[in-house]
Design a protein around this ligand. Structure first.
Ligand code: CA
Length: 237
């Protein structure tokens, strides 16, 4: 799953520039052009990081920052404040209200991306990781390869994304709807049972002869990636 970045900025050309550079680096971008919309988008899109302009219509960046920090679901999301020259004195206040970093306009997109990556590495190491391991499974993100016990596993793009998501949250049970949102995206209409089809394909690809099933089906709840022992215990119960 590529990291999601919410751009909160009312200067159209800057939004276009940021979107272009972020998408080129593989980030998934959403945008808001005023403070009210920023709070709405943050609640709906669950961004992994927020770029927040200081001077915004309706609600200032600082007020948005304060309110985001008060909501449990956005209390820890990394925030980079974007300030104009002359507003530097306000940076300190921005940091007081819970921003993690700030950039003064104009800034270089390359430097912004370096700071974004640094914050994501700190806040969500799994998003910056090049390789994910679980039991005898290894996912190499750079090479786009999956191995189980050294054997190469070939996955379709959807199964790859599904496994990537599960690998980021081992042991956690996800409903079909949660998996749809995370893997297919919120804007795509797909039936919940499509998830079952792809889970079946993923299982078939992952589980060789005599190998334990790493995916646990939780009746009426969804699916989880689990250690074989836990899977077996769950079955025995
Ligand atoms: Ca502005």
């Amino acid at each position: 799953m590529n990291p999601r970045i919410l751009i909160v900025e009312d200067e159209g050309p800057l939004v276009t520039l940021l979107r272009y550079n972020l998408e080129r680096e593989g980030f998934v971008v959403s945008e808001a052009s005023d403070g009210e919309e920023a709070l709405l988008r943050a609640a709906e899109d669950h961004p992994d990081l927020i770029l927040l302009d200081w001077m915004l219509p309706l609600l200032s960046g600082i007020e948005v920052c304060r309110r985001l920090r008060r909501q449990p679901e956005s209390a820890t999301v990394p925030i980079i404040m974007l300030t104009a020259r002359g507003e530097e004195g306000d940076k300190v206040r921005g940091l007081d209200y819970g921003a993690d970093d700030y950039m003064t306009k104009p800034f270089s997109p390359a430097e912004l991306i370096a700071r974004i990556r640094a914050l994501l590495r700190r806040a969500r190491p799994e998003l910056a990781a090049e390789q994910l391991d679980f039991a005898d499974l290894t996912m190499d993100l750079a090479a786009h390869r999956v191995r189980r016990d050294g054997r190469e596993i070939h996955l379709g793009p959807t199964e790859f994304r599904l496994l990537h998501y599960l690998l980021q949250h081992p042991g956690r049970v996800f409903s079909r709807e949660q998996l749809l949102d995370a893997v297919w995206g919120r804007d795509v209409y797909v039936e919940a049972r499509t998830v079952d089809v792809h889970i079946r394909r993923l299982r078939k690809a992952l589980n060789g002869d005599g190998e334990a099933d790493l995916i646990r089906t939780v009746r009426a709840a969804g699916y989880a990636l689990d250690r074989p022992a836990e899977v077996q215990n769950a079955r025995a119960r």
